[in-house]
Design a binder for this molecule. Structure first.
Ligand code: KIV
Length: 271
């Protein structure tokens, strides 16, 4: 049976089983009810309510500014649409870095108010205690290593990470620390494909790559990149399956022309 036809609810256990069976995991971002429903019905395994909502929908240059209240709002829209996919909510900047208790309170809001089934947070070994605190409270946690966009002001650019041996070793160690702390999966962003392969081999939990090459357990993309709807910048790893921004431009141009020349509405479109 194809994955799209398999309507069983995806859980964190499903993702573990997919890794064990060497079947690749599909994941996409979602921020709203309409698109989330379409993605869910199309058979994607994981819907991530990413803090990329800040850059993609809100027009900011970084993800740093998005708030807990905004994330709760977007999570609830997505969670209400998802029937099959596992819904993961991103912990926004400073919602978990202050300490494990603060993280627990904020992660709890994403589950209780936002209705997500798991949370994601960025960072490695320094966050192992926070991951443990959430997991012990019954909150599944997805880690995020490699390029971690909330640290953009520290990195200074969105360049690929893990290009040098020391950083590669650190990323593999971070993956092991997070796995030991109890994450159910890891997102690995913008690193060399060889490092993607190394991290995937180093941990038993699924590694979901974004710009991390093909040797990982699954892939995630920003939906608005895949659809050609977000065009402000175009990461090399983001394959476009549609050119929706162009299609929308054409449709709106046609509408404006028809209104202006009086051909819309016609008799069939009038009462
Ligand atoms: O917020 C987001 O969209 C993400 C993806 C890059 C995985 O974290």
């Amino acid at each position: 049976m194809s994955r799209a036809a398999d309507s069983a609810k995806v859980t964190t256990a499903t993702l573990r089983a997919l890794k064990a069976q060497r079947r690749r995991i599909t994941a996409l971002t979602a921020y709203d009810h309409l698109l989330a429903g379409l993605l869910d019905r199309a058979g994607v395994d994981v819907l991530l309510v990413g803090d990329s909502v800040a850059t993609v929908l809100q027009g900011h240059d970084t993800t740093v500014s998005v708030t807990m209240d905004q994330m709760v709002y977007h999570c609830e829209l997505v969670a209400r649409a998802a029937r099959r996919a596992l819904v993961v909510g991103d912990m926004p900047f400073l919602s978990y870095q202050i300490g494990p208790e603060d993280a627990l309170r904020n992660a709890g809001r994403l589950l209780k108010e936002g209705r997500v089934e798991a949370v994601k947070l960025e960072g490695g070994a320094p966050f192992a205690a926070t991951v443990q605190r959430l997991v012990h409270a019954g909150i599944p946690v997805m880690g995020h290593l490699g390029l971690t966009p909330q640290s953009i002001h520290q990195f200074g650019s969105y360049q690929a990470r893990g290009q040098e041996a020391a950083e590669q070793r650190r990323i593999v160690d971070d993956a092991r620390s997070l796995a030991q702390a109890g994450v159910f999966a890891l997102v690995l962003e913008k690193v060399p494909a060889t490092l993607g392969q190394q991290v995937t081999a180093a941990v038993e939990v699924p590694v979901i790559g974004i710009g991390a090459g093909p040797h990982v357990d699954g892939q995630i993309l920003v939906t608005h990149d895949l659809l050609g709807l977000f065009t402000r910048f175009r990461p090399r790893f983001a394959r476009r399956y549609l050119e929706l921004a162009d299609a929308i431009g054409k449709a709106v141009g046609d509408y404006c022309r028809d209104v202006r020349d009086g051909s819309f509405p016609n008799a069939d479109e009038s009462y």
